[in-house]
Design a protein around this ligand. Structure first.
Ligand SMILES: [Mg+2]
Length: 359
């Protein structure tokens, strides 16, 4: 990934002294479209994109606001830029789409340094380049709190986009990667010190610069097996409930099957925290949660890791709606699996700031 290059003069400049046109110049300094669908990129009143015949466009947006999604004391501008792109790429991956183009809107306080903005943009550009995404325009506006918004277009073969509503009773629920690392990374950033230092960097990196599952999304489209899909942004408990709700089903998740990394296990051991709580409700993992018919589950397990390099685990199954959404612990005890992940508009007891991790 591109490393931030700063000039000394730029470090002293604020965006107020740079001005809007100076800022736009900074942002477009090394833009070159990599997708042939981009007819006109940055530099006009709007970008011109010609989608491939026989493909559908997928359109998504995600916004990050200072104090709500990130804190300046726990996030450097390069990581923040990378994450702003990553969260949008993750939504694109959850639809099975290939990233195409994005526009970026930045709300920035005018006393912010030009070098901070340059680093933010290096992060955005680095993640966009790595995942075949072209940044084709944007807007900047003076703002009290830093506000970063991306709108992203992706492409998927006609009629092949995943939905949340296609799961059938009996389908196996699968999730890529590990769950809970990002939330533990945030815990680590907020509680500096020696405890758990062996794994802090691993967990913090998962939180600061997540890698969206674009390759997995495309692989899953090719197989044609997936019946529903969602990315894990708000926490597994919320996403399982979304899939069940949209598909008109219930679901069962086995806690013993949760993919918990060695790093999370170690960190929680040091802090006397429960790794399962992080995995179930932590959020911001940006893994893919999807369903496949039971008879395809074995093939998915065999092929997905071999062909994409991502790990994948079956964690439960979809059941008829009257059975509800349940968590089953290692002793076979069932409990209601309520959405306890991040909800921006929910009462404070469910907000991430107050998310409690039981000891
Ligand atoms: Mg999503």
């Amino acid at each position: 990934v591109v490393k931030a290059k700063r000039s000394k003069s730029r470090c002293r400049e604020t965006i107020a002294s740079l001005g809007e046109f100076g800022l736009i110049h900074l942002l477009r300094s090394h833009l070159k479209a990599q997708n042939p669908e981009i007819i006109e990129g940055i530099g006009n009143d709007a970008a011109v994109i010609r989608p491939n015949a026989g493909w559908d466009l997928v359109f998504t947006t995600d916004m990050l606001v200072e104090g709500r999604h990130f804190e300046l004391k726990t996030s450097d501008p390069f990581s923040l830029g990378a994450k702003t792109i990553a969260v949008n790429l993750s939504d694109c991956a959850a639809m099975g789409a290939k990233p195409l183009a994005a526009v970026v809107s930045l709300g920035l306080p005018k006393n912010i340094s030009a070098s901070w903005v340059a680093d933010l943009y290096e992060g955005m550009q680095g993640w966009a380049d790595s995942f075949g995404l072209d940044l084709v325009g944007g807007d900047t506006v003076g703002c009290r709190d830093i506000t970063l918004n991306v709108a992203l277009l992706g492409e998927v073969e006609k009629g092949k986009a995943f939905t949340r509503s296609g799961a059938k009773a009996g389908d196996v629920l699968m999730v890529t990667g590990c769950l809970g690392d990002s939330a533990a990374g945030l815990h680590s950033l907020r509680h500096p010190g020696k405890k758990g230092r062996e794994v802090r960097a691993i967990l913090e990196r998962k939180h600061l610069t997540p890698l969206p599952r674009c390759i997995v999304g495309r692989f899953l489209v090719e197989t044609g097996w997936v019946t529903s899909c969602i990315d894990v942004s708000d926490g597994l408990s919320s996403e399982v409930n979304h899939l069940a709700e949209e598909s008109g089903l219930g679901a069962e998740v086995h806690t013993s099957a949760l993919p918990i990394s060695d790093a999370l296990d170690f960190y929680c051991g040091e802090w006397d925290l429960d790794p399962e709580t992080f995995a179930l409700n932590g959020g911001e993992d940006y893994e893919l949660l999807f369903t496949v018919p039971a008879k395809k589950a074995g093939e998915v397990l065999n092929r997905l890791s071999a062909e994409t390099g991502a790990s994948v685990k079956p964690i439960g199954c979809m059941v008829p709606k009257p059975k509800g959404v349940h968590l089953i612990d290692s002793k076979g005890k069932r409990s209601l699996f309520r959405p306890k992940g991040y909800d921006h508009f929910a009462s404070s007891k469910f907000s991430q700031k107050n998310l409690t991790f039981k000891n």
